[in-house]
Design a protein around this ligand. Structure first.
Ligand SMILES: Cc1cc2nc3c(=O)[nH]c(=O)nc-3n(C[C@H](O)[C@H](O)[C@H](O)COP(=O)(O)O)c2cc1C
Length: 408
């Protein structure tokens, strides 16, 4: 979402300005260009030298800068970028914004802009809760300015806590992505805008007794990458995730489940969807009767017999549900042998539109790794895709899904 985006970052004079240095890095590592503007106040807390070095851009500080203003630079700053991000936004800056005051470069840019504005307020709780600030917030929100935070917690001031801490850089990044996505949806440039995409991800855990379970080596990386790619394509995404070691994705509704039965129920609860991508590695079997207590050795030297029973087949169940079947139903086939034969048979048996087939033999490193080599199997035939990063595989699947949906 941030790749290739141009962001003006206005830093005002609050103690949280130090977090803006990290924010610049987070935005840049996601492929955004960050053009910094600092108020006089901001320069009391962090230096233009640090901001310039981290952003690798000229830092704008002065409205009456002869060099920058030979072509009315503040208007270019206001117009030639994708987003104006204010972090931290002081009480003072919010007040000036609300009242249209333009007595420095930051406020002149904010008044002259026709681009989306996102602000991350940071101030003492008393300042935040003051009627003046709350009214300014209301005015700015009514005018379409977006806000992230503030969060509550300890203040820099001794013995003070409450609402007023600036949101963490990654939360601000997520909010910036959400604002840019909304803009792209409004501009009609996202293929899955207004579509619901349901995705399953990760392994399932099938309990044996209260402390043991049967699992598999799925990491959830491919399913989570699909959820992110679908979100970036404008979709409303529901992610049903088995137990994974991955952080929850910002802006994406995630339902956490353990067993295949719980995953089945969560999928059914969240249909209908325009597209469903069943990327989870669902256990085929579960233990027929879960022990109520931890199974103990009985001294006989004989291991306990675990009777297995088949789990619900999520892909097949929704594939054959006439009224609930998504328009595009995509399954994954993780195989260690007869990859294509098994994928084709899955396509038929489960009434799926596509099967994304991948060889998960241990030597491929796919399970848990960052790369994947897949084939797209459909009624039209088999496409071999080269080895790609799981994020790239996800973007390609989502782009193809968008094409398929928009053609029918
Ligand atoms: C040590 C110190 C910390 C401050 N922290 C904040 C703050 O977190 N939030 C805030 O709104 N103002 C804070 N202020 C007050 C602002 O710096 C002051 O209102 C200033 O005029 C803001 O200018 P600007 O909005 O143009 O950057 C602080 C002031 C000092 C001296």
């Amino acid at each position: 979402m941030l790749r290739g985006k141009d962001i003006v970052l206005i830093i005002s004079g609050g103690i949280a300005a130090y977090k803006s240095l990290d924010l610049i890095r987070r935005l840049k590592e996601r492929g955004a260009r960050v053009v910094p503007v600092m108020t006089n106040g901001a320069q009391e807390f962090i230096t233009p030298l640090a901001v310039g070095a981290l952003s690798a851009e000229k830092v704008f500080t002065n409205l009456f800068d002869r060099e920058a203003e030979h072509d009315v630079g503040h208007i270019r700053l206001a117009r030639d970028h994708d987003l104006i991000l204010v972090a931290p936004a002081t009480a003072n800056l919010m007040a000036k914004m609300a009242h249209g005051i333009t007595d420095d470069l930051a406020t002149a840019v904010l008044l002259a802009t026709d681009k989306p504005v996102l602000a991350a307020p940071a101030m003492n709780p008393k300042m935040w809760l003051h009627e003046a600030t709350q009214r300014n917030l209301e005015t700015l929100t009514e005018r379409g300015i977006s806000f992230v935070g503030p969060a509550s917690g300890e203040m820099a001031e001794r013995n003070e806590s409450g609402v007023g801490r600036m949101s963490e850089p990654l939360e601000i990044v997520a909010a910036a992505e959400a604002v840019l996505r909304e803009e792209a949806i409004k501009a009609g440039s996202l293929p899955l805008a207004n579509k619901h995409v349901l995705i399953t991800s990760g392994p399932t855990h099938e309990p044996i007794d209260p402390v043991r379970f049967i699992a598999n080596r799925s990491s959830g990386k491919q399913g989570h990458a699909l959820a992110r790619a679908a979100f970036e394509a404008g979709a409303r995404v529901t992610l049903v995730s088995g137990p994974v070691d991955l952080p929850d994705l910002a802006n994406i509704t995630t339902i956490h489940v353990e067993s295949a039965a719980a995953m089945m129920a969560a999928v059914e609860d969240n249909l209908p969807a325009d597209i469903a991508i069943m990327a989870a590695a669902v256990a085929d079997w579960r233990v027929a009767s879960e022990g109520a207590q931890k199974i103990k050795k009985d001294g006989s030297g004989k291991p306990p017999a675990l009777e297995l029973t088949e789990n619900p087949d999520i892909l097949a169940t929704i594939g054959h549900q006439k009224n609930l079947r998504p328009r595009l139903l995509i399954g994954f086939a993780a195989e260690t042998q007869d990859l294509l034969k098994n994928a084709r048979s899955k396509l038929e048996r489960k009434n799926a539109d596509w099967i994304i087939a991948n060889d998960v033999s241990p030597e491929t490193g796919v399970m848990g790794g960052d790369a994947n080599t897949v084939r797209l199997v459909s009624q039209e035939g088999v496409e071999d895709w080269p080895q790609m990063d799981k994020a790239e595989v996800a973007r390609k699947i989502i782009a193809r899904a968008g094409d398929a949906l928009n053609q029918t």
